[in-house]
Design a protein around this ligand. Sequence first.
Ligand code: CA
Ligand code: CA
Length: 362
Amino acid sequence: MSLLRSPLTLVVAFALVAVACGDDDSASGPGVVLMPGADGGSAMADASGTADATTPPPGSCTYPTATRDLAIGQTMPEFSWRSAIDENGVDAPFSMRDFHCNEAKYGDYKSLLIVAGAGWCPNCPGYTREVNDIRDQVAAEGGLVIYIEGQDERRNPADTAWANTYINSLIGEGAGSPGLRIGENDAEEPGWFFNQFSAVPSVFIVRRSDMVVSFHSGVNGLITPAGLPSKLRSLEPVIPMPNCTAADEEATEGANSMVETAPTIEAGSFMGGICTFGDVDFYKFETDGMWTIDLAFSHAAGDIDVFLLDPADSTMSLDMSVGETDSEQLTGTGSGTIAILAYPRDTATNTYTLTFTPAGAM
Ligand SMILES: [Ca+2]
Ligand SMILES: [Ca+2]
């Protein structure tokens, strides 16, 4: 099992979390881990922000206008890495501009499939292997895979040499394990890419013709790799409509969702919401005895899971409730911190009722 998702205190603003989950095809399928500085707010595009879809004429290539945000339906920002290593061990620097503009090199590709991970992320190896398992389908849909590692197993910034060794250890080398291996520390602007999302593994699909981000796991949900070929085929962004607004967010949470600033809850029930895609709600409670956390919500509107975080490492979970019904429940002893995650399933965010029952109130 796995789970983790909570801002870390990392070097730059690198705040990733690893999230765990079930095994179906939904967003709550594969496990993820959170990242530092997580800000899901930029993950969703303004519906009016679709980029110019014109393919540049031969010989003169202009990269589509982009903001600095990696958001679904928006142009992928024009970032690049000084080094990347292909499946054959050959150094092959990669840039979004080159991918879009270089017909001789990338003309056969229709899309970029970015799989972002970290050496410490427990669910990343399995996810990476599953992506490699569908390599023929990815190739058939014209997808180019790039594996980008943000940090090594000790949470140090990962360079490309490390990423190459790590990915090779997972899927091997050569034609049977296609894809560029990239370390975020070899980016022109190290750390920037990983600050654009909040969990690992994360997956993004970019349409080569106009570099529009057509799939964003932080918004569309982290589907299992088996679901990716159909996304590579359509390349049409699905921009979810939230079920709730900022007005539905719990009053106790405050402006952000960080482990370090999680509010302390008392016995009783209150309404909360995850109304920003990719957001995570954290709560602390202080008690000496037994306690129960109950979460009630509409599963039809969007799945929600709850995790008890390890006090020694808030990116890891000690326990979790990841059901497929309208409620989740955790029980335990002593003080703790929980993380509540919603899985948008293409269309939903969600509200919930959280009930905290410490022993004295039972
Ligand atoms: Ca919230
Ligand atoms: Ca659930």
